[in-house]
Design a protein around this ligand. Structure first.
Ligand code: AMP
Length: 307
């Protein structure tokens, strides 16, 4: 069975959208990636850090889904990473209200022996120094996928560039791709980012879908138009988790198969946004997931008749 190693925050989030507001709830890039990837029959483990203020119930939600937590350090007396954000009325853009690194500030990740030979490493959004350290501890994975955000571009750009130079795939949103490359055109931005290291660039455009770039080729997957969008938090991470979970499960990292991975990622992300926080990802119905994949197919397939 393919092994997937996930690095990313396990966090408390407080979210405001035009539909309501939450207190501190389960969040974190690593959490969303793991919940999404756990839809596939693979072996997965998380490397991250939390404080002892983090409820056991939340950890159980991950172990119940066979996510290995050996690499999750619990700091005695420490406070868990906290993020809070408010979405604008368009639900596509948001302001970060607060980011408290807490235990993440001094985190020295340790990859458990059992995951050193992971097939795929998913470097979820957190400090680039942690991402670098994890890459140094694994032996030749077949694929390294990186997700990051503007927060790290603003605060740790040089270190982040080092990480980018060593990965195979980067997933990034459109605004961040423009910030990183200095290019408005996403085609030019993707080319510049590929020149920084990754062979594959995935640009996430929220409700407008996702683009996959490789050499001079390009693939586009729309986001499924949904009746209800309550909270986009974690959609990008859920996309990434579906992307790597599918690739690990199918054991095929070709460009052709990555197109399918983009569809699987988009499909799972479409569920994530339908409820607040990770709620929907905790109660996913396999049949509903499969049915929605069919809707994706119907949405994008057509036969063109030349006039
Ligand atoms: P997304 O909506 O996919 O961008 O991911 C939102 C998740 O990212 C939330 O659950 C946050 O806990 C987490 N997050 C927000 N800011 C950061 C940051 N600077 N570093 C790591 N994780 C973050």
């Amino acid at each position: 069975m393919s092994k997937l190693l996930i690095v990313g925050t396990v966090a408390f989030d407080a979210i405001e959208t035009p539909f309501g507001k939450t207190d501190k709830i389960l969040g974190g890039a690593g959490t969303y990636i793991a919940l999404s990837a756990s839809q596939f029959d693979i072996e997965s483990g998380i490397v991250s850090v939390i404080g002892d203020d983090f409820p056991q119930d939340y950890l159980d939600l991950l172990t119940d889904r066979n996510v290995n937590l050996e690499g999750l350090e619990i700091v005695k007396g420490g406070k868990t990473f906290f993020w809070s954000g408010r979405y604008h009325n368009d639900m596509n853009s948001r302001d970060t209200l607060d980011t408290q690194l807490n235990v993440l500030a001094d985190f020295q990740p340790v990859v458990p022996d059992h995951f050193k030979d992971s097939d795929i490493v998913m470097l979820g959004n957190l400090h680039p120094a942690v991402q670098l350290s994890v890459m140094e501890q694994v032996n030749n994975p077949r694929l390294i996928v990186l997700d990051t955000m503007n927060f790290w571009m603003d605060s740790e750009l040089e270190l982040l560039k080092q990480v980018i130079s060593k990965v195979d795939v980067i997933t990034i949103n459109d605004e961040e791709a423009r910030q990183l490359s200095g290019e408005y055109s996403l085609v030019k931005a993707a080319r510049k980012i590929r020149d920084m290291g990754p062979d594959y660039v995935v640009i996430k455009k929220g409700e407008h879908g996702a683009l996959l770039f490789h050499n001079e080729e390009m693939f586009f997957a729309p986001a499924l138009p949904l009746e209800e969008v309550f909270d986009p938090t974690g959609a990008g991470d859920t996309f990434a988790g579906g992307f790597v979970g599918y690739l690990a499960n199918s054991d095929d990292i070709s460009f052709e198969n990555m197109k399918n991975a983009v569809i699987y990622g988009s499909n799972l992300a479409s569920f994530c946004v339908e409820k607040f926080g990770a709620e929907k990802m905790l109660h996913l119905d396999k049949d509903a997931v499969d049915r929605r994949l069919e809707s994706f197919k119907a949405l994008t397939q057509f036969e063109i008749k030349l006039a």
